[in-house]
Design a protein. Structure first.
Lengths: 145, 116
């Protein structure tokens, strides 16, 4: 058996991921999260007569709280893997990464465990978010003065 | 109408993320960071405002919104107090997500044990 034949054989036995299915799942679940968020914003705006900006911050906090709670209750990890990117890209993914690393490293101590691993996964979002925002604002300021 | 646009915009972001995940070697960590930076870039070109106006909650739940808020915070900081304002203002709008995540994750860690 030569190399090419071997590669073909290996390829045949690698489990094929259903990419179209994944994409549709991600679209539907991500869309559903967006739908819920907009619904919450409108409900909060009406009940507490807040403006849209405040209502969307409250909604963001509610979603973060819900995903932290669901992560702690144990079933959110399962949802995350089933929903593909549908729960990863909304704020739910950010909150899940923080609370799951907090829960996992709790037993290793408050400083060396919880403290130093708290932003283990979310840290890159914060780092690159701040860096890119900073650089882009500098560029913007240099262009438009 | 905004509810439908929320569904479509949030869905499209996630669809794009899933396509990147499936067709490249990037991990979920890469993709979330990428989308945060993408949010700041879209804000730079004035496009993210349009998503927010169109879709409201659909655009503001996606992680790209975090990049957008950081950019907006830094820019309004610059407008009110110059270069120093970029440093002091950067986290003013996006900070709620970080503080929220810290407080709620600490709260649940206090009351729950990790499940295997």
């Amino acid at each position: 058996m030569n190399k090419d034949e071997y590669k073909k054989l290996v390829k045949k036995h690698i489990p094929q991921e259903n990419r179209t299915g994944n994409a549709i799942t991600a679209f539907l679940i991500g869309g559903f999260v967006g739908f819920i968020a907009e619904g919450l914003i409108e409900v909060i705006m009406n009940i507490f007569s807040l403006n849209r900006i405040d209502a969307s911050v409250w909604t963001c906090l509610i979603i973060i709280f819900a995903s932290s709670l669901f992560t702690a209750l144990g079933f959110f990890d399962n949802w995350m893997s089933k929903a593909k990117a549908g729960l990863l890209l909304p704020t739910t993914g950010f909150a899940h990464s923080v609370s799951s690393s907090a829960l996992d490293y709790k037993k290793e101590g408050l400083i060396t465990g919880l403290g130093s691993n708290f932003f283990k996964l979310a840290g890159s979002v914060i780092l690159y978010g701040i860096l890119s925002a900073f650089i882009l604002v500098i560029v913007k300021v240099m262009i438009s003065g | 109408m905004q509810l439908i646009w929320s569904f479509i915009i949030a869905g499209l972001f996630c669809l794009l993320g899933q396509i990147i995940l499936d067709n490249t070697k990037l991990t979920p960590g890469h993709v979330t960071s990428l989308f945060t930076v993408l949010g700041a870039i879209l804000a730079f070109f004035g496009l993210y405002d349009k998503f927010i106006n169109l879709a409201g909650g659909g655009a503001s739940t996606i992680i790209s919104n975090f990049g957008y808020l950081l950019y907006e915070g830094a820019l309004s900081g610059y407008r009110s107090s110059g270069i120093l304002g970029i440093f002091t203002g950067l986290l003013t709008k996006g900070g709620a997500a970080i503080v929220g995540a810290v407080i709620f994750a600490s709260l649940v860690t206090l009351f729950f044990k990790p499940k295997d």
